[in-house]
Design a protein around this ligand. Structure first.
Ligand code: G1P
Length: 269
């Protein structure tokens, strides 16, 4: 059966986006005309998902819920049920996903980090689903520059084809000397409900937090996780410079005002 639910962890406090996030939740920071979390929900809707579980912190819960519910459903999200789950304490990304366990139940689910938004033409969830062989799958990109300390890195057992790999480990922010490959986890995942058992039993890892990557490591070690290498089509919106770049990239792609914006940029000195 196709995947009907997405978990979107969005409980971070957005310290890299101060002062904007002093009173506005990070997930409601706007790119062009909508908050970043709406892009994440829309991406899942394009893949046929009908239920979004947003994991948020207590301070942000009411504002985020209001965004999705005030004046009725948002255009394009009429078939999406949006549920809010509160992560009471900041114990890490893995802990945030575990918080969604009851809402997800015994279903396979997508997971997408709101800090990276996908361009409207991308189809990462569909690619994960077709590459997963009914198990779990994570989206990967070939690294460039200094990324070994910033991301989770995949260990590769076997290349299955040009874009598909069988994984045998995953390590959170290992540093260059300990990185098992040059493929990093970009924040798009497809999990079976068994990932919750791993999340519930792993010890705190990198930074003293319950790491999603450590649960992926457990899946990979038992041969249950594939990696799908995706094109470089995700836009980071978690810090000011990248947010500006993402706004520009999406602005240039806009059917409505892309041409005007291109002209404006060309005229800047
Ligand atoms: C998280 C994950 C990491 C992943 C990254 C992608 O890290 O823990 O494995 O590579 O997202 O953006 P964070 O950005 O929360 O430090």
């Amino acid at each position: 059966m196709s995947v009907e639910v997405v978990v979107i962890p969005a409980a971070g406090r957005g310290t890299r986006m101060r002062p904007a996030t002093r009173s506005v939740p990070k997930a409601l920071i706007t790119v062009i005309d909508r908050p970043t979390i709406q892009y994440a929900v829309e991406e899942a809707a394009r893949a046929g998902v009908t239920e979004a579980v947003l994991v948020v912190n207590l301070d942000a819960a009411a504002d985020i819920e209001r965004h999705f519910q005030v004046e009725g459903p948002l255009p394009g999200l009429e078939n999406m049920r949006v549920r809010i789950v509160v992560q009471e304490e900041p114990h890490g990304l893995g802990h945030a996903v575990l918080t969604a366990r009851e809402a997800v139940g015994n279903r396979r689910f997508f997971c997408g980090l709101g800090d990276m938004i996908a361009t409207p033409s991308s189809s990462f969830y569909e690619q994960l689903e077709s590459g997963s062989a009914e198990g779990s799958a994570v989206a990967l990109q070939e690294g460039q520059g200094d990324y070994y300390d910033r991301y989770g890195i995949a260990g590769i057992a076997e290349r299955l084809d040009e874009r598909l790999v069988q994984m045998n480990s995953a390590v959170e922010k290992p540093g260059q000397d300990h990185a098992p490959s040059n493929l990093w986890l970009v924040g798009r995942y497809l999990f079976g409900p068994d990932v919750f058992d791993h999340l519930a039993s792993i010890e705190p890892g990198h930074g003293g937090e319950i790491q999603l990557t450590d649960a992926i490591d457990a899946l990979a070690r038992s041969g249950q996780c594939r990696g799908v290498v995706i094109p470089d089509d995700l836009l980071d919106v978690g810090n000011p410079l990248d947010l500006l770049k993402a706004s520009t990239a999406l602005g240039l792609q806009s059917d409505e005002f892309g041409d005007d914006y291109r002209e404006f940029l060309a005229g800047l000195r």
